[in-house]
Write a protein that binds this ligand. Structure first.
Ligand code: DLL
Length: 439
């Protein structure tokens, strides 16, 4: 794999500033952001007043903990535009969640916000190893989802040639990567695996592809999956994180030279970790729920937003900014099987250790009598597929025993023929919950 480390002068000055400089900037910006939210959004004024705090009470970064949280239902309750701090006419763009499970959540951006978003995405793509002149195959979905257009803006800003291919039509993805000689690819890790399948179907060797780096996010994925993808494509694989409520992609990104967790661009997005049950702050290094406060956003300031994503904060390495460890999962995706907490990422890690199985999976939850039963649906590799029933059974047993040993739960494993586990074209659906809804 090519060395894509940054050269002197490649980075923004703040990326290598001292912690003191960074914290001074954060405090100044946090004061502005709290004041901006309080003065212009009734939800924040009412919330701060009810909690007995005022923006002037913030004297240090630690004082942020005195301010109330914002949660997803607050955004739904203020649908569509009541969380905005500027008149609708000042919005340059609106994005929204798909709204498949209820009221969509709506976010907005002024021209300055789009400019800042472009900067943090450009910083993320650069941390991933791309430079002006590279050609980026952007397979995140375009539309209301922030992935496609968010990456696009930053890529153009830093001088990449962007191919706005979006998700879907997988054969065409392979063809365009090869014909246009893409050096970078932005896509969900699960869809990257579908693209990988398509290389095989087309009789092409993915290790000979022009790609130098893949920038994967929008869903959890593990270091075991990184090794699988890096090896399959002979390219770097780095992690990009973000969420619409905070800005979209580009809140945090791994640096290609270290691949040791994601540096949070904390000059714009201030992270905290709290105990998900009590809301108490926990110290850096401890696991908990990630909470973000925007420091510079105009249209949609967001104060202490509970992401439900579980991780921990670690000191900076390749940059001054702190890192967040790869996301273990969302608190909503935590499965409790007979008292043991299980995340789909833990199943993914074990799946990667069984060579006879392909890297696609879904977890199915069923109620049998009074018990919850977890079934892992996986599929045979092409080679296992040809080897017959005994090979399927052995592969299933191997995975069940790995999960039992390393995760501590008993699972049923259903090994399907190659190609039979549902493929994603964006975010993978990892959990299919068939249990009765009333419990
Ligand atoms: O998924 C933004 C994005 C697009 C990020 C493209 C990266 C690349 P939402 O649709 O609002 O925004 O979903 C946000 O997705 O709270 C996490 O649960 C999950 N997520 C995003 N990035 C990662 C990641 C976009 N790198 C939600 N690892 C977040 C794990 C991620 N989970």
């Amino acid at each position: 794999m090519e060395d894509l480390s940054p050269k002197p002068g490649d980075l923004d000055a703040i990326e290598t500033a001292s912690r003191d400089e960074l914290q001074a900037l954060q405090l100044e910006r946090m004061k502005w952001s709290l004041r901006h939210a309080y003065d212009n959004v009734a939800f924040y004024k009412d919330g701060f007043d009810a909690a007995g705090v005022h923006p002037d009470d913030l004297k240090s970064l630690a004082d942020l903990a005195r301010f109330p949280f914002t949660v997803k239902s607050d955004l739904r309750d203020n649908y569509p535009f009541n969380m905005f701090a500027v008149p609708r006419e000042k919005l340059a763009r609106i994005h929204a969640s798909s709204g498949t499970t209820g009221q969509p959540t709506v976010v907005g951006y002024t021209k300055n916000d789009l400019d800042m978003w472009g900067d943090v995405v450009a910083r993320s793509l650069r941390a991933s190893g791309l430079r002006s002149g590279d050609l980026l195959h952007n397979a995140y979905g375009y539309g209301l989802f922030t992935g496609g257009l968010g990456v696009h803006g930053g890529a153009e800003k830093m001088g990449l040639t962007v191919v706005p291919v979006s998700g879907g039509m997988t054969q065409r993805q392979v063809r365009l990567i090869e014909d246009f000689q893409a050096t970078g690819m932005t896509v969900t890790p699960s869809y990257a695996l579908s693209i990988l399948d398509e290389y095989a179907a087309a009789g092409l060797d993915p290790r000979k592809s022009p790609l130098k780096v893949g920038i994967f996010g929008a869903e959890p994925w593990t270091n075991a999956m990184r090794r699988e993808i890096e090896d399959a494509f002979d390219m770097h694989a780095v992690d990009i994180y973000g969420l619409s409520e905070i800005i979209g992609p580009g809140v945090a990104n791994e640096c290609v030279e270290t691949k040791d967790g994601l540096h949070v661009w904390e000059d714009h997005f201030y992270p905290e970790i709290v105990n998900p049950n009590t809301g108490e702050l926990v110290a850096d290094g401890e696991m908990g729920e990630l909470v973000f406060t925007s420091l510079t956003k105009e249209a949609f300031p967001i104060i202490r937003y509970r992401t439900r994503d579980l991780t921990r904060l670690l000191p900076g390495t390749a940059r001054t900014m702190r890192r967040m460890e790869k996301i273990t999962g969302r608190s909503d995706d935590m499965i409790i099987i007979r008292g043991v907490n299980v995340f789909p990422t833990q199943i993914e890690e074990q799946l990667m250790t069984v060579a006879a199985l392909a890297p696609h999976f879904q977890v199915e939850l069923n109620r049998v009598g009074h018990k919850d039963v977890m079934k892992v649906r996986v599929e045979a590799t092409e080679a296992t597929g040809k080897a017959g029933a005994a090979a399927f059974e052995a592969a299933g047993k191997a995975l069940a025993s790995q999960v039992k040993r390393h995760v501590g739960v008993t699972v049923q494993v259903d090994v399907a023929e190659p190609g039979k586990v549902a493929r994603s074209q964006g975010k993978a659906v990892r959990i299919v919950d068939n249990r009765p809804k009333d419990t």
